[in-house]
Design a protein around this ligand. Structure first.
Ligand code: ATP
Length: 589
């Protein structure tokens, strides 16, 4: 109940009209329920009056008037207004979920349990609000009807009230069992259904589509079929029991609900104690009363069921947010200091990914991190970005520990081009601005960063230029970018952010050597007023950096300018010579 009240409060806040309207609907439903059973009683009584037609016209007139008011008002509210209001409430909840998602730490987000919680929470916000509101409406509707009907039939014979209670008790017990079984069934299907959705999604995601076609996708198919089989076997194991118990309960209910009142009232008519009008009212009244009572009984476990689902949503929303500091970072260039930084991912506590790194990056410095795969270069920039926090040691930006910085201002001040840039099925301009174009100045800025990233020549030739949509998912004329173009677009987005620190994590891994050389030229030019951190495997490209850090096993093994490192003739020099000779060999072949 606590959970339902929580959701009702959220609904009332998002859409204040929804709850009063719900009360009005339930009140009118109850009035209409009483109207129906009284109609039978007074219609039959009218047949025995002197002015039959006049009496009948009055009875029918009152019945119809109530019926029409109920029908018009309730249909208008439930069919026209409810869908709009429900959508408002759902949107407000989804917004809260997405905001919560954004505020969680990178560690939380990569936890598989988190995905289950996130998926369940999204499902809940989509369908549960409406279900809870319907439940509450049903509670009030049934309560109002129960009071009205009891007032009518108890005045005829109080035993009728008892007759309505017996079938309800038996069915309520059955229903309690079914709700629990159904919840267990739904929960057992969450994980396999998530796998099915995941694999289905892969088949239409551009970066996976080609990969899947070109390679053996037997594993994907196996995982997909395993998950579908898992859902089927849960269905086979649990559904027959649920259906059997449910059907038996429903039949028993009908038998007791209609059979016994008919026998009792029929016998009373035969004895002359009850009139035919009261017989009709009694049978319909008992049946409606037990339906309303049963409705309430169903709702009690229903509220329990709702409560279990809402608990998922509350659990997700209560996951601890990533802490953020108070200190706002001003726009401009920044210096970054790492003091004996140790870090390991929570998934692998054995391996230190950064193992006591100390480093000072000066304002406007162009620094490159190089080294073998898995050395810890990307992790190092993720620590600087504040996505993860050192397990020991400290990172300071302009002298302030990163934990004391306001997360939003930190992220606005650091623009990153990831190893695998992602783009959205929106226009090219929107992919750069991350909002819709609002003015000509926006267009000019988009064009400028596209020129700086080297993509403008290509974009300007598209029929719709920067308004071309990426991908064919929503536009059959959509543009498919090559890997290198995609990286250039990501660079344009990062340049547009105009942050004081620009991080490029292997920005050239999809570029040909000429494009790569051009790109680095552009980056050093665009980054002249920025602190620039580069990660690259191609040492030829990073040699113009002010400083190069050769990272090995989470430590800075060598550090200096290209010339200094070459002179030292260590690991960097060995790797550089190897790359040059391989490149020369490749060119000769
Ligand atoms: N999210 C994560 N959870 C657990 N371990 C991770 C995670 N990300 C990276 N690692 C591990 O941390 C180590 C360092 O990875 P990182 O991506 O920082 O290396 P890198 O030097 O950038 O490698 P590459 O040159 O191949 O991109 C690797 O062993 C990797 O498996």
């Amino acid at each position: 109940m606590k959970n339902c009240i929580w959701l009702l409060q959220k609904s009332a806040k998002a859409c204040p009209q929804r709850l009063p309207a719900m009360l009005l609907v339930t009140l009118l439903d109850a009035v209409n329920a009483v109207n129906i059973i009284l109609f039978y009683k007074y219609a039959v009584q009218a047949l025995y009056q002197e002015e039959v037609l006049k009496q009948m016209a009055i009875v029918v007139g009152i019945y119809l008037a109530v019926h029409v008011i109920h029908s018009v008002v309730n249909n208008y509210l439930t069919q026209v207004k409810y869908p709009v209001w429900n959508e408002t409430i759902k949107q407000s909840l989804s917004k809260e979920i997405y905001e919560q998602y954004q505020s969680l730490s990178a560690d939380t987000v990569q936890d598989p349990k988190f995905y289950d919680a996130y998926k369940k929470a999204l499902d809940e916000s989509d369908m549960r609000t409406e279900a809870v509101l319907n439940t509450i409406q049903a509670v009030f509707g049934n309560l109002f009807s129960i009071f009205g009907i009891i007032a009518v039939i108890a005045s005829m014979n109080w035993i009728l009230v008892l007759l309505a209670i017996i079938p309800v008790c038996t069915s309520a017990l059955v229903n309690l069992k079914i709700v629990k079984m159904r919840y267990q069934y739904n929960m057992s299907c969450v994980k396999p259904n998530r796998m099915v959705e995941y694999i289905t999604r892969l088949f239409y995601q551009p970066e996976y589509r080609e990969e899947i076609r070109l390679h053996d996708n037997a594993l994907l198919q196996k995982r997909y079929h395993d998950a579908v089989d898992e859902v089927s076997s849960q269905t086979k194991a649990q559904m027959p029991k649920i259906v059997l118990i449910s059907a038996s309960g429903a039949n028993l209910f009908s038998l007791i609900n209609y059979g016994i009142p008919m026998l009792v009232l029929g016998w009373q008519v035969f004895q002359g104690i009850t009139t035919i009008g009261e017989f009709s009212t009694g049978v319909i009244g008992v049946s409606n009363l037990s339906s309303s009572l049963f409705g309430i009984w169903c709702i009690i476990p229903g509220i329990r069921e709702q409560s279990l689902y809402i608990e998922n949503l509350r659990t997700f929303l209560s996951v601890q947010k990533e802490t953020t500091g108070e200190h706002t970072l001003a726009f401009g260039m920044h210096e970054i200091t790492l003091q004996d930084v140790h870090f390991h991912y929570s998934a692998n506590t054995v391996r230190e990914v950064t193992d006591g790194i100390s480093l000072h990056i000066k304002k406007g410095e162009k620094i490159a991190f190089v080294g073998e795969n898995g050395a810890g270069k990307t992790t190092l920039v993720k620590l600087i970005e504040g996505l993860y926090h050192p397990t020991e040691g400290e990172i300071l930006i302009d002298g302030t520990p990163i934990e004391q910085l306001d997360k939003q201002s930190l992220r606005c001040n650091i623009a990153t081009v990831m190893q695998k840039p992602v783009h959205y099925s929106f226009t090219i301009a929107e992919n750069i601005l991350m909002r819709e174009i609002q003015s000509d100045a926006d267009r000019e800025q988009v064009q400028q960063v596209l020129e700086e990233s080297g993509l403008w020549d290509r974009v300007s030739k598209f029929p719709k230029g920067m308004d071309s949509v990426l991908g064919k998912e929503f536009d059959e004329d959509g543009i498919e970018l090559s890997g290198g173009e995609s990286q250039k677009l990501a660079i344009a987005r990062a340049l547009y952010e105009n942050a004081g620190v620009l991080i490029l994590d292997e920005p050239a891994n999809s570029l040909d050597p000429i494009a790569e050389a051009e790109m680095y030229e552009r980056m050093f030019a665009a980054g002249k007023d920025r602190t620039l951190i580069l990660i690259s495997h191609r040492l030829y490209s990073t040699r113009k950096a002010d400083r190069i850090c050769y990272i090995e096993n989470g430590k800075i093994a060598e550090e200096g300018t290209h010339e200094e490192l070459m002179k030292a003739n260590g690991k960097y020099a060995a790797m550089y010579h190897l790359q040059v000779s391989l490149y020369a060999k490749g060119a000769a072949q």
